[in-house]
Design a protein around this ligand. Sequence first.
Ligand code: ZN
Length: 177
Amino acid sequence: MNLLSEMVEDQLGIKEWNNVLLQANVDGVYTSSGLYQDSELLKLVSIISERNNIPADDLVFAFGQYMLPGFAGRYPYLIEKIPDFLSFLESIDEVIHVEVKKLHPDAITPSFSHKRLAQHQLLLNYQSNRKMCRLAEGLISGAAKHFDTQYDLQHSPCMHTGADHCGLLITVNAAAS
Ligand code: ZN
């Protein structure tokens, strides 16, 4: 369930992951359970970012992209029954969120609400004290890849410019689907 360590080990090596943990002074027993609080995730991200000279925003986005393939590997039964990209995004709160929380009460799952505006258009509203909407953008990107779907994204309003939530308007490119 430890998606961040899996991603870092995969792309930067296990040695780098161990160095990150050392520097973060995170308890190894705790991390082996694979769960982080938001604040801990941000701490780890900022350390990885500094050590590897990768912008934190890019890391968070990449982590978001990694989430769906990561979940699909662990919980294929959650993903297999979902027919398409927008259905997946709609199911994040109802299925994924609830199931993952059942398995891992402390797991980080983004908070979304959604509204289907048209057959090819979905509005996701994201809200989090951590304002990690880049994570949401990454999750959407990873899901589109998984379902082999082209889409346009409009990100407005955004918590980073003072709004109380982020609005992510996803329009599937019908010609390509
Ligand atoms: Zn935003």
